[in-house]
Design a protein around this ligand. Structure first.
Ligand code: AMP
Length: 427
């Protein structure tokens, strides 16, 4: 199926072509026609499925069809994190590059006055995080009386981050009559009841089962002693020449410490977490996307929604306490049909967390023991048995599979290639 069949305007089809999308993803095929019909939507879709375009494209089409000279906020997209707000806002700008709509991105940690100035000039689309949006609503620097479409993105993450009360407050500022679109990777009870109260005879769309992970992510567990995790990570990055590695750490302190230690070992690493200023977070993400930083160590919340095309490696330095977070984490790689690998460094004390994740996945994750890093304590007796061949057996074929192992030169080549293609895009 091609995008032409979905009933989108020529201006949007042109923007889609400029982005290089050839055919719509599953969520786009299902959601775009329903949203164009004006239906409410309850969609089960995780990040990486193309869900942003699935709502942004039909929203822009509808705005264009009923274009009016008077600017007012007609669309509100609520997202859990600043990074996601930036990305979704940029997507609206990209897809709407041939249209005249203005998008405002509102989140905390930056000057509210600059945002107020922009709002005063008139905006059509607002993409916001709950806290800063409430500040604007309370101060009456923004009104949503004439809102036509409301999108609640990553609703389950909103719940995890304690935003549910803020969302309920925000809903009171919205008009009763509007189109409502709710996207969530999972549907815990609180999200189900929020959906019941918000949505009007919604069309239900489920592109992947709640607990499925991106099909193309190759998952593996490296059993290792806790005290040797950092050493193993540095070893893998160097030996296997991993580039653009997103490493998850459970704590902000742990993320900082790990980034510092990797730097000491000569690996370019930076940390991304909620204690950093917005400017630092934006810079860390930009440097990582531009391949200036080889490794980004992030906490779950900060990494939520990060979209980096061709991100080849995600590493769980610590396993998450909430099994669903594992799915969110590994969804950072193998996005939009690319291949990717998710590696979990698991110590014996984490076997219960691993067991819970495998229960959620309904399948065991293959174990590979790295030579020289054999754990002194076995991982688990009650976790499912390993399916994969041991690393010891396949080590030689692994490095020689596609010729010689990647060297630092290939990392530099990749860096330059990325810079070149970025410059091309800019010009
Ligand atoms: P999302 O799930 O919205 O975060 O999108 C994940 C990634 O998929 C983004 O980098 C999009 O630019 C990309 N993408 C979205 N739709 C398509 C498509 N139809 N074909 C190829 N890539 C897409």
């Amino acid at each position: 199926m091609s995008f032409n069949k979905l009933g989108l305007s020529t201006a949007l089809l042109k923007a889609i072509q400029d982005k290089g999308y050839i055919k719509p993803s599953e969520i786009q095929k299902e959601a775009i026609p329903e949203i164009l019909k004006g239906n409410d939507i309850l969609a089960g879709a995780q990040t990486g499925t193309g869900k942003t375009a699935a709502f942004a494209l039909p929203i822009l089409h509808t705005l264009q069809n009923a274009e009016s000279k008077r600017r007012r906020v007609r669309v509100l997209v609520l997202v859990p994190t600043r990074e996601l707000a930036s990305q979704v806002g940029e997507s609206f700008r990209d897809y709407g590059s041939n249209l005249r709509f203005r998008t405002s991105i509102l989140y905390g940690g930056v000057s509210i006055n600059t945002q107020i100035d922009k709002i005063k000039k008139g905006v059509d689309i607002v993409v916001a995080t709950p806290g800063r949006l409430l500040d604007h609503l309370n101060q009456k620097t923004l009104n949503l009386f004439e809102l036509e479409t409301f999108v609640l993105d990553e609703a389950d993450r909103m719940l995890d981050m304690g935003f549910i009360r803020d969302i309920k407050k925000i809903l009171k500022y919205l008009p009763e009559e509007k189109q409502n679109l709710l996207f969530s990777a999972t549907f815990p009870n609180e999200i189900k009841s929020l959906a019941d109260s918000l949505l009007n005879s919604p069309k239900r769309i489920q592109v992947k089962s709640n607990n499925s992970t991106a099909d193309k992510v190759e998952q593996v567990v490296y059993p290792v002693d806790k005290s040797r995790k950092r050493e193993l990570l540095a070893h893998c990055i160097k030996e296997e020449n991993w580039f653009q590695v997103l490493v998850f750490s459970r704590t902000k302190h742990g993320a900082n410490k790990l980034a510092q230690q990797l730097n000491k070992e000569g690996i370019d690493a930076d940390a991304l977490h909620g204690n950093k200023s917005q400017a630092q977070r934006t810079r860390a993400l930009k440097d990582f996307k531009d391949s200036k930083t080889q490794v980004l160590v992030a906490t779950d919340i900060a990494a939520r929604g990060i979209d980096i095309s061709l991100l080849p490696h995600v590493v769980n330095f610590d396993l998450p306490y909430v099994p669903e977070d594992y799915i969110h984490r590994i969804g950072r790689t193998a996005r939009a049909g690319q291949e990717g690998k998710a590696i979990s460094l698991v110590s014996a004390d984490e076997h219960k967390l691993l067991f819970d994740i495998e229960k959620l996945l309904k399948s065991p994750i293959p174990r590979e023991t790295i030579i020289g890093f054999e754990p002194t304590q076995n991982l688990s007796t009650d976790a499912p048995k390993s399916r994969g061949p041991s690393r010891k057996k396949q080590n030689s074929s692994r490095t020689s599979k596609k010729g010689s192992p990647r060297s630092k030169t290939s990392w530099n080549k990749r860096k330059n290639k990325n810079k070149a293609s970025k410059n091309n895009r800019r010009s």
